[in-house]
Design a protein around this ligand. Sequence first.
Ligand code: UDX
Length: 446
Amino acid sequence: MNLCIVGTGYVGLVSAACFAEMGNDVCCVDINPAIVENLRQGKIHIYEPGLDELVKRNVAEGRLRFTTKVSEGMENALFVFITVGTPPREDGSCDLSFVYQVARDIGAHMTDYKIVVDKSTVPVGTADEVRKLIGEELKKRGELFEYDVVSNPEFLKEGDAINDFFKPDRVVVGTDNVRTGELLKALYAPYARSREKVIVMSVRSAEMTKYAANCMLATKISFINEVANICEQVGADVREVRMGIGSDHRIGYQFIYPGLGYGGSCFPKDVKALIDTARQYKFEPELLAAVDEVNKRQKHTLSRKIEAYFEPQGGLKGKTLALWGLAFKANTDDVREASAFELIKDVTAKGMRVVAFDPVAGPNTREHFKGNELLTVVDEQYAVLEKADCLAVVTEWNQFRNPDFGRIKKMLKAPIIFDGRNLYSPQLLADLGMVYFCIGRRTPKA
Ligand code: UDX
């Protein structure tokens, strides 16, 4: 099948490469000439395991092309995917200007029937607006081509996106046209493997499904973080509680790992956007507002513990924090809404120095904190420990899971670890003579 994908960000590029890999002919459009030129040479501007190889192979084999022109991208395509960004505005609502511009471009360049597919995460009702904008452009041109607008939200996890695309739990297609639904089923058949996995529904239900899914997952995380905080108060261990509740198959073990709150480009933005949508309809979404509040509070959990620990020793001023992990989660260089950033802001505001390491998110962090002289980002995991007063672990990279505790103890001024991901055994660290703080668990005194 012939596809045009407008927007070569994370979702667009992953989808394009995965569609091409199955034999489809894919042309990607991006307004940024530098990005297009780099992609033509196989140079990728985002970090995602396996993507580099997939893009290079499909470019070399002629199934994946790049252009800056929507007209060129659309030329032979039946499907035109909109995969541009929908960044949050100050007030939590979605900025849809990129989506609307693409809709106008599609209307301005359409020369035959197209199925326009909204893959960007967009508020309920956006497909109607896209349909309207395309129609207006066609009218200006005096043309009467037919087209359908479909909602097809993505459920890709950063770091595991290719696997998610090839083995989806489900593919959601929102359309009011049976034939279009069948064509999308055919497009996704090689991935979904069973037709039942492609769930066809109304356009508005599909748009809502994306938000409901992410808000449900965010709710699970805020719920377990709340439980973890109560566990600390009452002397229970949230890891044991997680095992106890997860064994009930109605609850399940997944997405109930406590930590420093959810981050990334999706959950924080999508929870806020659904709150905003509900309020536009004069409905107050009390649960979602609480999920968001709990998450905001959770991001400061480790800095509160660090501050409380150093309070009797004259506070944080002049002390140094060694920090492992900057990305919002492992296997990505994405630092959007990263909990590590809240920690850095909190402690540097109190005069603490931070020396940080992350396997891939160092450059993005340096860029973000340009001008903050209290932060140094280094390129070696153990180098951060030199003369630091304590170590904080914030991202669950594999290389932090079984570190050399002897080396940590020797290099730190005092053997203290603040763990925002519950990676270590409190008993083991106590046996090694280390002071250990984590989330929602009793920690034996060293
Ligand atoms: C998410 C959804 O999973 C995906 O389906 C959607 O398309 C995009 O948003 P992503 O943002 O890549 O994907 O990350 P995810 O792995 O879901 O983690 C989100 C955040 O939740 C991370 O900050 C992670 O550390 C946190 N998290 C996750 C927890 O704190 N506890 C958990 O149990 C799970």
